[in-house]
Design a protein around this ligand. Structure first.
Ligand code: G6P
Length: 609
């Protein structure tokens, strides 16, 4: 996935494009570029390997200016990160293009275009698209026609934006399978992969539909549906409260976001903070749909998948509802046997993850009763296409490694557990108790944040290590998985999670003094069993790092390092232990000097398959 910004205005737009790219960097950051049409109708371009900051340097040393332009921040799929593979790509010395997505039939198209004499200068799939545009323009067609004809030749997913020196006021764009939004200004128009990139210049947006092609000049905006017919798409006004992506006093967005969790959790609880849980929190149709639900299927990717794994324990144990959880990339292609009356629940911070979106689109009736999405981004594709929506109120999450989005997803799932549990005999007293506990959750998380110093001290032991094992049992096994994911994402230490009972079936062979073993060891029914598993580690010379709220039996001694956790209600423990493991990863990465907010090779929003 990559980030696209485009502008057509009566004013100079290079700074608008750069600001848009800075805001889209979460989508990819291995190279960046922009192209503008200058006053003499020449194409001007900068492309650089590396982050948007490197592009900014080129721009400040050798400014390129213009009122019409396109820009791109890349996450490489085809072709290594390099200046040559960075977008925009150019054809016939006149047309420039940026692309987000994957062109699946690029090999055949490349062959065909090469035979026609087009020269390729990159290893990207994108370059075929710009040459197809060039082919159309050279045949005398308009830029709009060229785009409409080009997209008919493409297979795969894309958001595209192009400019042409012979149409010096115009940007054309297209969307199929990758997000693209129009920002409507006064006497100027914009396009971007995410409205956040354009909040600096407008508060009016048009969300394009699949297959749409857009023609924009400063004063005109025309949208055409897949069949070529002009269409009108609704305009949405976004509230003036612009979300400022500012680190404030924090060294990294990730740390800021870890610390924002008490307020993010409160915001997500919303009306439940001082009132009952009502079904309508999940959407107007929720009550009718929930009445029929007999099983739940959760589908998600990455950290959001881990939230689903935790939820399975709650839905089965507290609500008494059978639940399956699967990563979206597997779910979407598997021939499944679906239980009757299943609610599909997708989970996605961004609401744009390609595999999760495809899973939703494939999961139609009669297999599924309906769909619910738990997402952090209003108006995202998943939100627009689901029957029911629960919005987590975590606020913009900028750090690539998800933190506050995950814990707010857990709150959403606890509320869903209550809403469904009521219909399956959940005792009213237990419901009340659970909601009361949830209201106290922000305070408990605050207590974990106060352990920051101790966790930082513990983290020092990991800096020289190349591997780590995370162990948990029951509902804390997925928390161990999330802890391992966080560590590998941002510190590049190879980390794996195991259910502690599986230790002796393989991973024990890896245990020695160089393999730190992190144990998520809350005081619950499985604690004694977990302790025996940890003894197996100790007696093989392993170093244990134990997060525990009942420290009895965990002496801080050689080989065993204990981090005492607050004694909170059992059902809140997954959230608290997560926060502690987030801090552990953060401090390890900080001391290793990695790029905490933008770890190598990753991107925050994965809008390609
Ligand atoms: C990427 C991000 C992860 C995230 C995953 C799913 O891999 O780096 O942090 O968990 O996508 O994203 P979603 O927006 O669907 O939750």
């Amino acid at each position: 996935m990559c980030g696209i910004v485009a502008a057509t205005a009566r004013r100079e737009v290079s700074e608008i494009l750069l600001e848009g790219l800075r805001r889209l960097e979460y989508r990819g950051y291995d190279s960046a570029g922009m192209a503008l049409i200058d006053n003499e109708h020449h194409l001007q371009m900068h492309k650089q390997q590396g982050k948007v900051a490197v592009l900014e340097q080129s721009q400040s040393m050798q400014p390129i200016l213009g009122c019409v332009g396109i820009a791109h921040t890349r996450w490489a799929t085809h072709g290594e990160p390099s200046a040559a593979n960075a977008h925009p790509h150019i054809s016939s010395q006149r047309v420039a293009l940026v692309h987000n997505g994957i062109i699946e039939n690029h090999v055949q198209l490349r062959k065909e275009l090469k035979a026609e004499g087009f020269e390729f200068t990159s290893a990207t799939d994108t370059e075929v698209v710009v040459h197809l545009l060039g082919q159309q323009l050279n045949a005398g067609h308009s830029l709009l026609h060229a785009m409409q004809a080009t997209v008919k030749r493409l297979e795969g997913a894309y958001a595209l934006a192009a400019i042409d020196i012979k149409h010096p006021e115009e940007v054309v764009a297209a969307r199929e399978g990758s997000p693209l939004v129009v920002g409507v200004g006064i006497g100027e128009n914009f396009l971007a992969s995410d409205q956040m990139a354009l909040r600096q210049v407008t508060d009016r947006f048009i969300y394009l539909e699949e297959g749409d092609v857009v023609q924009a000049t400063p004063t005109h905006l025309s949208i055409f549906a897949r069949n070529g017919e002009p269409v009108t798409r609704a305009q949405t006004m976004i509230s003036a409260a612009v979300e400022v992506a500012d680190r404030g006093e924090f060294e990294h967005f990730m740390l800021k976001e870890i610390y924002e969790q008490p307020s993010a959790l409160s915001a997500t609880l919303g009306a439940v903070a001082d009132g009952p849980l009502i079904d309508e929190q999940f959407g107007a149709e929720a009550a009718a749909l929930f009445d029929q639900v007999e099983t739940v299927q959760i589908v998600a990717c990455g950290t959001s998948f881990h939230a689903g794994l935790v939820a399975r324990y709650w839905l089965e144990d507290i609500a008494g509802i059978p639940c399956d959880v699967e990563v979206a990339s597997e779910f979407r292609y598997r021939k499944r046997k679906q239980h009757a009356n299943t609610l599909l629940v997708t989970v996605s911070q961004s609401g744009e993850t390609a595999d999760t979106l495809a899973a939703l689109r494939n999961a139609t009736e009669p297999q599924f009763l309906g769909s619910l999405v738990i997402s952090n981004v209003d108006n995202s594709s998943l939100v627009r296409e689901s029957d029911l929506v629960f919005l987590t109120r975590a606020g913009a999450e900028i750090g690539v490694a998800s933190t506050k989005a995950f814990t707010t997803q857990l709150v959403a799932f606890l509320l869903l557990t209550v809403a469904l549990g009521r219909r399956h005999g959940l005792d009213e007293k237990i419901e009340q108790q659970l909601l009361d506990e949830l209201r106290e959750l922000p305070r408990w998380v605050d207590q974990v944040l106060q352990l920051d110093r101790d966790i930082q001290r513990m983290s020092e032991a990991f800096i020289q290590k190349h591997h780590a094992l995370f162990l948990g049992r029951g509902v804390h096994y997925p928390i161990a998985m999330e802890g391992a994911l966080k560590l590998k994402e941002i510190s590049y230490i190879h980390a794996e999670a195991y259910p502690a009972g599986e230790l002796k079936h393989g991973p024990l062979a890896l245990v020695d003094a160089d393999m730190p073993v992190v144990a998520v060891a809350p005081n619950d029914d499985l604690l004694e069993k977990l302790k025996s598993n940890l003894e197996e580690v100790r007696s093989r010379g392993g170093e244990l790092y134990v997060f525990a709220d009942n420290v009895d039996g965990f002496q801080d001694e050689q080989q065993v390092h204990v981090l005492p956790m607050p004694h909170c209600p059992e059902r809140l423990k997954p959230v608290l232990y997560t926060v502690a493991l987030q801090l552990l990863s953060y401090h390890v990465a900080l001391q290793k000097g990695t790029d905490v907010d933008k770890p190598r090779n990753l991107a925050k929003s994965v809008t390609v398959e």
